[in-house]
Ligand binder design. Sequence first.
Ligand code: AMP
Ligand code: MG
Length: 478
Amino acid sequence: MSIFNGIEFKNSFGELPGELYTKQSWSSFEKTQLVAFNESLARELGFDPEIDPHEMIKVFNGEISVLDSEPLAMAYAGHQFGSWVPELGDGRGILFGQIKTASGLRDLHIKGAGKTPYSRFADGRAVLRSTIREYLCGEAMHGLNVPSSRSLIMYGGNEPVFRETTETAAMMVRVARTHIRFGNFEYLKHNGKSQYLEDLLNHVIDEYYSELSDEKDKYAKFFDNTVKATAQLIAHWQAIGFSHGVMNTDNMSILGETFDYGPFGFLENYNPEYICNHSDHEGRYAFNNQPSIGHWNCQALAAALEGLVPEKKLMESLGKYGTYFYDHLADLYRAKLGLKNKDAQDLKLVEGLLNWLKEAGLDYTNFFRNLHQIHEPNQSIFADAEGEEWLDSFMKRFNQEKISTKESRVMMLKNNPKYILRNYLAHEAIKKAEEGDFSEVEKLHKILSEPFDDHPGMESYAIASPDWGKNLEISCSS
Ligand code: AMP
Ligand code: MG
């Protein structure tokens, strides 16, 4: 019996012109070891709830072939740290296929699957360390309600891989609404393959925007949707304190999902200039640059669509990026502050709070988690005059609301997480996993998938990172 019994399988990207990919199989590990299995995602995707993850590994490690899967490596390009790189592509990943779920299509992509024509001089593998980080962060973001790719299963192999030191290889099945990036369009446009752009656009409309298929300006609407989804995604990153680290156009999903986790980091003490990627010397992808980089990336996508979308339309959508971003940011912060009604001055109020928080140097996540205490008598969250001043303006604003303090507190606890994936927590889980103990990965998975819940007994996972953990250097090596 196949693990895909009852699941509707698709391979539509492989029906596009061959310039967009290379069809090929992947390199199995000789021996595998289960590291983590995402049971709830498996259920959401429609797999048998009783499924044995070891059987699943056999399929994704290529020991059993199923269906008429025609795996492929996608071709794409991108702007990396602002510089044009004409040939990237899946150098260590394979699009296994897509499955239909109640909430739309999901790509299954095997990361760490060996060499492809796009591997250049690299080995096509991923290390256990970075695979665990991606697995956990996808779940953490999903738990935080931030659109994200996720992981279905992760398994180690018996091959050594060489990075700064010798490490263990691993593969992971990444699940995303799409693996089409801004860079797929750029690849065609700037490599003399513009004639295929319409094929790719039509594919995107068919698969993800079928409601637009009869509309005259469907390509312009697709672009506008991508601009909006990108702006809203980045607003969510800012509100939750997430820094992606490598916002190259080849890491930007056209559907606005967080994608391709590398040296990411969550804010510790509130520092808007935080740079999580140790290799980002200029701070191009610093936390407070993310919104403008999102816009820059949309401009790069617009350049790839010139000729197919009227310039006026492209400019109009790019011009709306700021509004899409700030409107969403205001909604998210209102929820964090336990406010329901909209007020034009709300972002000013937030700015005042963040300025104070920066001076106070407090832990971003824990500060917001505790903020509901402002509705308690004699609280001492704002222990200085500037803080008290902010609190006064907040209380004036709150008193215009129709909701009770009780309702407001509930809202705050639902929108300010207790648990985030602090780098040191990932580091500890990885250290154990490298010794063959995956219990910490499992524990983190559980807590992070429900980050707004209390999880009694797990409080030590919610405290601010120890100093050594705040200064961990995370490189691009993966
Ligand atoms: P990333 O930094 O993971 O977004 O990857 C950037 C590009 O380098 C993509 O084209 C990847 O497929 C490729 N790449 C990264 N690591 C490897 C590797 N170990 N082997 C082959 N290609 C890789
Ligand atoms: Mg990438």
